[in-house]
Design a protein around this ligand. Structure first.
Ligand code: BTN
Length: 272
């Protein structure tokens, strides 16, 4: 099994404003949980937690996240942003853009599936789980957890249909330290941009250009049942604007969605 080389990683990340303290765990249930525990102990913003093996990885909406030890990046970044709490959802949008940019530098044809999955060739390459918390005394923090499939040659069970890796997409083996440092380099200017309206607007423009959701017919299943329509754009908080067949424009919150499917093909639309 390939392990993260902490010395090589520290060298690559020297001077990165996000990774101020790097912790590499051999095994942990979830790097997000580990980062949250550190947040409760007053760990500083820029604490980066990585694991060679994650045994109970957490995904969005209470789902599990599986990752093959040594073949995947499991990382969580503790942030204590200075900007107002209502800007916090922007972090997730910025994280998706940073991961997408980084994975494209390795040659993957990566695109962002709203809100924050990175896809290539119609399959999932990376998932992001951002969790907001407050420490005793009400001090807020965000843990941004990122899982990236890097060196898997195949996926077990149902994942075979839905997941892909950098290796499968590009044919190249990439060291985990290189992927981690490329992601953190991409994220370093994006997170501060979340607190400035003009910089965030530019970030959103690039997010939209790299989106494989916007401009498409989609089928959304969530708290309000099934909704179909054209994904027309995003509002300033990153909520999806969905134009339905009757012309209404619905605003969809990421947290209310359990699945979003491309419904471009007419057969699928007829069924709806
Ligand atoms: C999703 O697509 O549902 C989000 C998956 C997020 C997985 C990452 S792996 C590192 C971090 N630790 C976790 O337990 N989850 C995130």
């Amino acid at each position: 099994m390939t392990r993260i080389d902490p010395a090589a990683l520290a060298e690559k990340l020297a001077g990165n404003s996000l990774a101020r303290r790097i912790i590499v765990l051999e095994e942990t249930p979830s790097t997000n949980l580990a980062a949250k525990a550190l947040a409760a102990e007053d760990a500083p913003s820029g604490t980066l937690v990585l694991a060679n093996r994650q045994t109970a990885g957490r995904g969005r909406r209470g789902r599990a996240w599986q990752s093959e030890a040594g073949a995947a990046v499991c990382m969580s970044l503790l942030l204590r942003p200075e900007f107002p709490a209502e800007c916090a959802p922007r972090i997730t949008i910025a994280a998706a853009l940073g991961v997408c940019r980084a994975l494209r530098t390795f040659g993957a044809d990566a695109a962002i599936k709203w809100p924050n999955d990175v896809y290539a060739g119609g399959k999932k390459l990376s998932g992001i789980l951002s969790e907001l918390g407050t420490q005793g005394g009400g001090r807020p923090y965000i843990v941004c957890g990122i899982g990236i499939n890097v060196g898997q040659r195949a996926f077990p069970g149902e994942l075979a249909e839905t997941a892909t890796s950098l290796l499968l997409e590009t044919g190249h083996t990439v060291a985990l330290e290189r992927v981690i440092s490329e992601v953190l380099c991409a994220l370093a200017p994006l997170f501060p941009a979340c607190g400035e309206d003009a910089a965030y607007a530019a970030l959103m423009e690039e997010y939209c250009r790299l989106s494989c959701t916007l401009g498409r017919q989609v089928k959304i299943t969530g708290v309000d049942g099934v909704r179909c329509g054209r994904a027309e754009g995003l509002d300033t908080l990153g909520r999806l604007l969905l134009r339905t067949a009757d012309g209404a424009l619905l605003t969809i919150q990421a947290g209310d969605v359990s699945s979003l499917r491309n419904a471009e093909n007419s057969e699928e639309r007829e069924k709806e």
